[in-house]
Design a protein around this ligand. Structure first.
Ligand code: ADP
Ligand code: ASP
Ligand code: MG
Length: 423
């Protein structure tokens, strides 16, 4: 008998028929003698619908009320799943974040989990029930409902798995695993049988939304055994087959993975670029720009500063599109007049494309192959950032799909390599 957490995303919970299928799949695991906690997302489209209603009333709705509102999507889907389980003879109870409780900080719409009380969940499990816990939500010190950021049910599931010391956390979704890139953009993308935790962390942080970044961080911190697999297969698929399907996130570096120089390609449209022109090139200027941005609680992604000509230089950085307006305001009103910038340029039609692979650590020439590929397609590179296992470029967003496809081909990710963990 094992203790397992299942997470089902919006598409997997997207209709009554699908919820019944989820119940069948969960029942199969329960009847095989496993203790199961299920973390559902809201039915697909529901979170957008709810947030859209708020936006019809106000352009700047109160984040506390947004969380009150958005959290209802998961409350509804959890209750429906518990009812579906009960209907097929499985004892089940659903709980919201505050009933567990899942305690978070008070950063509405992007709260972080601080603690999870495992007692209630364990008690119900020990009574033979399937426990359903709402994804995406928690409660702060003052009992205000909070949500964990879009895609946050992944994080709920992994954090619950860590708290109850589950043997495995299975993320059921609408694809059958983690692919070399988003299969919606590149149909030739290949499913990875295993991916290292480090690579998954980079892929998620660089825009692959198959797992929310914080769920991967949690998994790494607590070494939660994590697998991404399909919820759209036959719910009666034998457990022996299902438990080896999809993609395993592994914490071991093995020789198989070292063979792959580049394991995957990630992309994100959530970038906007701000450039300060002709600023003085002297100590303290970078801090004079980035300091006020950080004080405004805005995260910076890429940074580039040019060689100075006649003592002045240009300085560019990127922020997420959601923070763009605030960042421009800080730069135009506070920073530019103070440090004496000649002008400020802004650009929102940009995207970031990244290649990720543990094998890059030991292979020279990977960035060069990336740049050559983009040059062949006549795609201009505006900014570059690198780490040991990734190279990212900022390009015009109209070239995003072309760049991803060309890089996928150039790094032979569409081929069936002999020894890279791809099956
Ligand atoms: P869920 O609702 O189950 O949480 P998401 O839509 O959040 O599902 O994530 C699954 C989607 O992530 C897939 O449908 C796919 O389009 C996208 N995706 C992006 N990058 C990848 C990747 N590298 N591998 C697999 N799926 C990816
Ligand atoms: N329902 C939330 C969202 O749409 C959380 C999730 O699905 O993970 O972002
Ligand atoms: Mg998701």
């Amino acid at each position: 008998m094992a203790l397992i957490v299942h997470k089902y995303g919006g598409t997997s919970m997207g209709s009554i028929e699908r919820i019944k299928n989820v119940a069948k799949r969960v029942a199969k695991w329960h009847r095989a003698g496993h203790q199961v906690v299920v973390v559902p997302s809201a039915m697909s489209g529901e979170t957008n619908r709810l947030l859209g209603l708020a936006n019809e009333i106000s352009e700047t709705p109160d984040p506390r009320e947004l969380d009150m509102l958005a959290s209802t999507g998961e409350q509804a889907s959890s209750a429906l799943l518990a009812i579906a389980l009960q209907t097929i003879g499985i004892e089940s109870k659903s709980f919201t974040g505050w009933q567990v409780p899942i305690k978070t900080d008070d950063a509405y719409t992007k709260a972080r989990i601080r603690s999870i009380d495992a007692d209630r969940i364990k008690r119900e499990l020990n009574q033979g029930k399937v426990v359903v816990v709402t994804g995406f939500q928690g409660v702060d010190e003052d009992n205000n409902i909070t949500t964990l950021g879009r895609g946050g049910s992944d994080t709920s599931a992994v954090a619950i798995a860590a708290a109850i010391k589950a043997d495995e956390c299975l993320i059921f979704t609408d694809v059958d695993g983690v692919y070399t890139t988003d299969p919606r953009i590149v149909p030739e993308a290949k499913r990875l049988n295993v991916i290292s935790f480090e690579e998954m962390l980079e892929m998620a942080s660089l825009g692959s939304k198959v797992l929310q970044i914080r769920s991967v961080e949690f998994a790494g911190k607590y070494h939660v055994p994590l697998r991404v697999l399909s919820s759209l297969t036959d719910p009666d698929l034998p457990i022996e087959v299902e438990k080896h399907s999809g993609t395993l996130i592994t914490y071991e570096e093995n020789s198989q993975m070292e063979a792959a120089v580049v394991s995957g390609i990630a992309f994100s449209r959530d970038e906007a670029k701000i450039t300060l022109l002709a600023i003085p090139d002297k100590p303290g200027i970078a801090f004079g720009i980035i300091g006020p941005i950080a004080d405004a609680n805005i995260d910076i992604d890429m940074i580039i500063q040019n060689q100075s000509v006649n003592g002045t230089t240009d300085f560019s950085f990127t922020v997420s599109k959601a923070d763009f307006n605030r960042a421009v305001q800080v730069i135009k009103e506070e920073v530019a007049p103070k440090i004496g910038a000649k002008d400020v340029f802004v650009e929102q039609q940009v995207c970031k494309v990244s290649i990720v692979g543990i094998g890059m650590k030991s292979h020279a020439g990977v960035a060069s192959r990336m740049f050559a590929t983009l040059a062949n397609e006549n795609i201009n590179i505006e900014m570059v950032s690198t780490s040991e296992i990734k190279t990212s470029v900022l390009i015009e967003d109209k070239y995003m799909e072309l760049a991803v496809r060309a890089l996928h081909k150039a790094f032979e990710l569409d081929k069936e390599p002999e020894n890279t963990g791809i099956n």
